[in-house]
Design a protein around this ligand. Structure first.
Ligand code: FBP
Length: 555
């Protein structure tokens, strides 16, 4: 009979993730160092009020030294929240192994299907044999994930009674900026209620937008970008072999362009659009199309009627006039949801929308191709925002570029050929086998989450730093969640949120791209990263992303 698991999966079960040196010690030889008290990024007095119990706590780090804490038996619940990111299983495995190393009687429960699991009391106990089936594998299928938001008093009350019923000492929330914001609010809520349940966050998302001085990257970014880069490299090689297609590749990443930038650094495409730069320069859609045409025309002069263009998923919202249109649409659809849903045909919907939009936005809407108009009117996400992953921006760019090139042809300014292919890379990378970097990083984040719990902390996010160095030199510690927060207007109210990290246009990764892109635009300079390697020399298997290496001067 054929085995139901692959050879690689079997081998990966046996991989021993690397930990920072300090976390390999006996627990009673790991001491905690506390720094000075901290402040939020902005709105300090408002934040102090919102987080009376948990504001201002110190940054902590773990060092070799005597640990006065007794290794008591702990019961912990873990939640996977939001989109999949490679390495989630290893966070849980690291947490589990830490708990058992602290006290073999400790127990770990997995809340099922995301944050709703803790409200509906759906959980399973994670046993050694069960965990072993998921070590070093991609996916979130160990306990499932979901996008329910833990944010209302009613939900917190339910979570509290579930924790009491199960005797839970700590909840670990593995999620992005929103989920970690909610972790901070839940920690504050438990502390106010004098409930001895700690809440610890873990930074997850392939998008890479949950990062700062202490969280050098969110987990999953490394594997997802390596997977996408493998595919883009393959497409580039095909483009360079057949020499007949322009490939437009849209890449996941929500609003931020970190994924696109990393893949550009890995693969040297002819063009990579960075949404944050488009917004900074207030570039219109037509100007962007002119830029694209310039690259196509220049390459055609060298008889190279092929190329590769990378498009970040969130681009459409960053083009100022389209961004304004989307904001108006979001508000109109939120306020008039019932009436809008009663309009059954797209024609009726578009006609009604056009009457309601401002003059400028109505014009922009009317210039969009029909399929894009339909996508702009589709269901909103739970925040009431358009779902950027469902808008075919890559096709919009292709259509508009083609139209403009035809005009240039008619004016005698272009004689080349523009035949295209479009791709959307996202789901292909979110559940890949974690790279060694993500396998090690995630296992360390999970183990370290246990250390924060055992030190009696709450309202912290697990932090592993110094990531450009080999894992043994990584620095383990914890950051108070409030330190990463500011206030933002949400539905007309100021709300505490973890600040999203957008692409830094002064940062080294972006500058390195800027220094090379003019050459890549004209001259075929593709690089072919190939598949992620799990076994072999460090230079092939254990390199972090180019973004991390550039940010730490390690290139
Ligand atoms: P998270 O922010 O929850 O990590 O999700 C990331 C992401 O993969 C985005 O890149 C993408 O826009 C979105 O999820 C897609 O969502 P869905 O999985 O609901 O289709």
């Amino acid at each position: 009979m054929l085995s139901i698991i692959s050879v690689l999966q079997k081998e990966r079960y046996l991989y021993k993730p690397k930990l920072p040196q300090v976390l390999t010690k006996n627990i009673d030889q790991i001491s905690i160092q506390k720094g000075a008290s901290t402040e939020s990024i902005a709105f300090q007095s408002e934040m102090k009020q919102a987080f009376e119990e948990t504001y201002g706590m110190p940054v902590v780090s773990f060092r070799e030294g005597k640990n006065p804490q007794e290794n008591k038996k702990l019961t912990v619940g873990v939640i996977l929240s939001g989109g999949q990111a490679p390495g989630g299983h290893n966070v849980i495995a690291g947490l589990f192994d830490g708990l058992k190393k602290g006290n073999p009687e400790s127990r770990l429960f997995g809340f099922l299907g995301g944050p709703s699991g803790i409200i509906e009391d759906k959980a399973i106990e994670l046993t050694p044999a069960f965990i072993d089936q998921f070590r070093n594998t991609g996916g979130f299928d160990i306990i499932g994930s979901g996008r329910t938001k833990l944010e209302t008093e009613e939900q917190f009350n339910k979570a509290l009674s579930v924790c009491r019923k199960r005797g839970i000492d700590a909840v670990v929330i593995i999620g992005g900026d929103d989920s970690n914001t909610n972790a901070a609010i839940l920690a504050e809520y438990f502390k106010k209620k004098k409930e001895p349940v700690s809440v610890i966050g873990v930074p997850k998302t392939i998008d890479g937008d949950l990062k700062n001085e202490h969280i050098e990257t969110s987990f999953g970014f490394d594997t997802a970008t390596k997977t996408f880069s493998e595919l883009i490299g393959n497409i580039e090689r095909d483009a360079n072999s057949a020499k007949k297609y322009w490939h437009f590749v849209k890449l996941m990443g929500r609003s931020a362009s970190h994924i696109t930038l990393e893949c550009a650094l890995q693969c040297h495409p002819n063009m990579a659009i960075i949404s944050e730069e488009i917004k900074e320069n207030q570039k219109t859609l037509n100007q962007l199309i002119d830029d694209l045409c310039e690259v196509v025309v220049n390459r055609s002069r060298n008889k190279e009627n092929f190329g590769v263009v990378l498009v970040p998923e969130g681009l459409i919202e960053f083009i100022p006039e389209v961004g304004r249109l989307i904001e108006e649409l979001n508000t109109l659809l939120a306020v008039n949801n019932t009436y809008f849903s009663s309009l059954h045909t797209f024609e009726d919907q578009a006609e009604w929308i056009n009457r309601k939009l401002s003059k400028d936005s109505s014009y922009v809407f009317s210039t969009m191709p029909n399929n894009i108009q339909r996508q702009l009117l589709m269901d909103r996400d739970p925040h009431g925002n358009v779902q950027v992953s469902r808008i075919e921006t890559e096709k919009l760019l292709i259509e508009m570029t083609e139209t403009r090139l035809n005009e240039l042809k008619a004016e005698g300014k272009y004689t080349g050929k523009f035949t295209t292919q479009h791709h959307f890379l996202g789901y292909e990378g979110r559940c890949a086998f974690p790279s060694n970097f993500d396998a090690d990083y995630c296992y360390s984040l999970g183990f370290n989450a246990f250390m924060l719990i055992s030190a009696g902390l709450t309202g912290y996010i697990s932090s592993i730093k110094n990531l450009a160095k080999p894992a043994g030199e990584w620095v383990a510690g914890g950051i108070p969640l409030t330190m990463m927060m500011t206030m933002e207007q949400r539905h007309g109210k100021l709300k505490p949120v973890i600040q999203k990290a957008m692409t830094d246009l002064q940062g080294k990764p972006f500058m390195s791209f800027v220094n090379n892109r003019d050459e890549w635009a004209v001259k075929t300079s593709y690089t072919y990263p190939g598949a992620i390697q799990y076994y072999g020399p460090d230079s092939v298997c254990n390199q972090p992303s180019i973004t991390i290496r550039l940010e730490h001067n390690a290139v």
